[in-house]
Design a binder for this molecule. Sequence first.
Ligand SMILES: [Zn+2]
Length: 179
Amino acid sequence: MFIKGKLGRFADDLLGRRFGRLVVVGRASNLPGGHARWRCICDCGHKTVSMGRHLRTGRAQSCGCRAKEIARATALKTFTTHGECVGGKSTKAYQAAKCRQYQASKLRRTPAWLTRAQLAEMEGQYHFAQVMGQITGRQWSVDHVVPLQGRSVSGLHVPENLQSIPARDNSAKANRWSE
Ligand SMILES: [Zn+2]
């Protein structure tokens, strides 16, 4: 179905259609070139205006929240690969399982409200531990002040709960917390 745009052009009627997270709820004013724009409501609750062309081609799929989430996931991936699970005397398979479990809990304990700046700050902690490891010649790791998987308390994976310390101190402290 086609409807006539404000400048006399014909535009696809996208009203009511869904594109990714966006649902088209109305027409917005055309761009100077006559390109149709549509008012959309995103699944996250935000309102946005998108070009019909961008909606149809898949370029516009959210109010911007999707791109933010992808950036967040990428940042998370980056600072979960810094090898803090390395070490210990158990078997490789056990270590790997433990590592996966730990990283999963880290993701669970990472609040959605963290800003990019906070994520960058946390990434910085991991980088700092790496650099300190190189300087001191012993392994440093990023430690959660309040552990993520504690029996009585569970800390959050947030900048305020991170500290970079030599690996041995970290395990000593971990033992204390886990009783
Ligand atoms: Zn959104």
